[in-house]
Design a binder for this molecule. Structure first.
Ligand code: G6Q
Length: 554
């Protein structure tokens, strides 16, 4: 495979980066820039003009995409080729949200009919729960869902359920338990009525320690609360690819919803993993979310790279990361219902592109995925934006907002939007020393005070942002937004020459935790001294065990 950093295209961009435009000047001299550096697709509008780019740089980035074979890679993904080479898997989450008759081939077999059949099962099951035909052990209908899953089997549905709050079915509640910290499950169980609760055990592998532990405890709790063994089938469903493990756990296979190995965990909320979404907002709205994602897929698949929203978002990200050396990227949704989107994208981006090896196993010779973090605006403004505006590290940001609120309340939304617009403007413009002085003078400060305070009031500006605007946060818009990021992540992985679809980096800690588990003293039992780890880990284990034993003696 080619080393992209050795190409002429890379060298050209390197040369251009030495003279990257200053945005304030670029906007002053080029009024057409906002219109040129914007794209619309699937109900979303992306303005990427507040980046340190110009026509030459954009042309250079498009040439880089060609050199990296982005067109071809995109076609290979949609064709079901095994582009997740280290796991030998196709990557076809796009098939989950296609309602046409288009075939999606995996190993020569069209998987579309199986996808449609599983969606029909999800629809039928959600409707049975909603109508009250599906009853719990006391004969009462189930109005509460507890989704037990972690990582890709938690973050997507949890984020989407919050995002679609205005679409919640009256009287229904969905909880999400992920952490193996028993407090998470205990806190949830303390709020719910066992007779009215459906546990949705979401695990692709059905072997994940956290999920299996939580599911077993929830099962025992239900039995303790009056259910019999024979009632478990009415209160537990499983979302998984591992039928034998589901059966072994005791879930009736009739209550298992399946997906496939070509659906990566962090790309799985469109599959059976989305059952909790359908249960909370209705299958119709779940389907609308899928259709919104498909609209973005159709755009991504067919639009030329120079007019392709995910590809352009990816390319400006590459520019910022590799040529302007920006290592942190903030996701800032100006919509309270998107408060879990930054957490969702932390996983989507960092687990996908936090890699140091190329697809062929060689070390990369460039910087890959940036650190992703974020909070909803305006909250973040009163917290960490200080560093984004005036810190010594330059951070790029995505600002996301709906033009219309789902729940208009006085002038709240106008105020929210004013902030959504003001922050990127401020980050782009900054404030010069002369402007800082002017402002202080206007406030009537003495010359001395003006001189003393002016340096603190300078904003360097020139800090890159993207603005993503939608009409309203509908299920369709949410689907399109998430698909936009999925494809952006894919494009960046192609440019960086890495496999965005594996996650070997999560393995080592799991292995070590399994080794340590038997060394943690069960409450009240003396344990031998921990050995065989580094001195720090040994000492921490011994200290924990001492604290646990002392607590028993009290
Ligand atoms: C996602 C990751 C990871 C995974 C969890 C849960 O891409 O693979 O976050 O989703 O580890 O795995 P299970 O669904 O198998 O329990």
């Amino acid at each position: 495979m080619i080393d992209i950093t050795k190409t002429e295209e890379w060298a050209r961009l390197k040369a251009l980066s030495a003279d990257a435009p200053v945005m304030r000047e670029a906007f002053a001299t080029d009024p057409g820039r906002a219109a040129r550096y914007a794209v619309e697709a699937a109900g979303l509008f992306l303005d990427f003009s507040k980046n340190r780019i110009n026509d030459d740089i954009l042309a250079g980035l498009l040439a880089l995409a060609r050199a990296a074979g982005l067109d071809r890679a995109r076609a290979r993904m949609f064709a079901g080729e095994k582009i997740n080479e280290t796991e030998g898997r196709a990557v076809l989450h796009v098939a989950l949200r296609d309602f046409s008759d288009a075939p999606y081939l995996v190993d020569g077999e069209n998987v579309a009919p199986a996808v449609a059949a599983e969606r029909a099962r999800i629809k039928a099951f959600s409707e049975k729960v909603h109508s009250g035909a599906w009853k719990g052990f006391s004969g009462a209908p189930l109005d509460t869902v507890v989704n037990i899953g972690i990582g890709g089997s938690d973050l997507g549905p949890c984020m989407a359920v919050d995002a679609l709050r205005p679409y919640w079915i009256d009287g229904r509640r969905a909880y999400f338990v992920s952490n193996v910290d028993g407090q998470h499950l205990a806190d949830t169980l303390s709020q719910i009525d066992p007779a009215r609760t459906l546990f949705v055990v979401a695990s692709k592998t059905f072997t994940t320690q956290e999920t299996m532990t939580n599911a077993a405890t929830a099962r025992a709790w239900l039995l303790e609360k009056g259910a019999r063994e024979t009632d478990i089938a009415r209160h537990f469903v499983a979302l998984s690819t591992n039928r034998p493990a589901v059966e072994k756990f005791g879930v009736d296979p009739a209550n298992m919803f399946v997906f496939w190995d070509w659906v990566g965990g962090r790309f799985s909320m469109w599959s059976a993993i989305g059952l909790s979404i359908a249960l909370q907002v209705g299958y119709g709205n779940f389907e609308k979310m899928l259709r919104g994602a498909h609209a973005m897929d159709a755009h991504f698949r067919t639009a030329p790279i120079e007019a392709n929203m995910p590809a352009l978002l990816a390319l400006v990200g590459v520019w910022n990361r590799n040529f302007l050396d920006i290592h942190t990227h903030a996701v800032l949704p100006y919509d309270q219902h998107l408060h879990r989107l930054p957490a969702y994208l932390q996983q989507a981006e960092m687990e996908s592109n936090g890699k140091g090896r190329r697809m062929d196993g060689a070390p990369v010779s460039l910087q890959t995925g940036p650190v992703i973090f974020g909070e909803p605006g305006t909250n973040g403004q009163h917290a960490f934006y200080q560093l984004i505006h005036q810190g010594t590290d330059v951070i790029s940001s995505d600002f996301i907002a709906p033009a219309l609120s789902q729940t208009p309340l006085g002038d709240h939304h106008e105020k929210l939007l004013a902030n959504f617009l003001a922050q990127p403007e401020a980050l782009m413009r900054g404030r010069t020393q002369a402007e800082a002085r002017e402002e202080l003078k206007r406030q009537g400060l003495s010359e001395d005070e003006v001189e003393r305070l002016a340096p603190h009031k300078i904003f360097p500006g020139d800090r890159p942002t993207n603005s993503i605007l939608m009409e309203k946060l509908t299920p369709e818009a949410l689907g399109a937004l998430v698909a936009l990021y999925e494809h952006k992540i894919f494009c960046q992985g192609v440019l960086w020459g890495i496999n965005s679809f594996d996650q070997w980096g999560v393995e080592l800690g799991k292995t070590l935790a399994a080794a340590i588990l038997p060394e943690i003293a069960a409450r009240g039992e003396a344990k031998p001294q921990a050995r065989g780890h580094d001195a720090s880990t040994n000492a921490l284990i011994n200290r924990i065990n001492a604290l646990r034993l002392a607590a028993k003696e009290e």
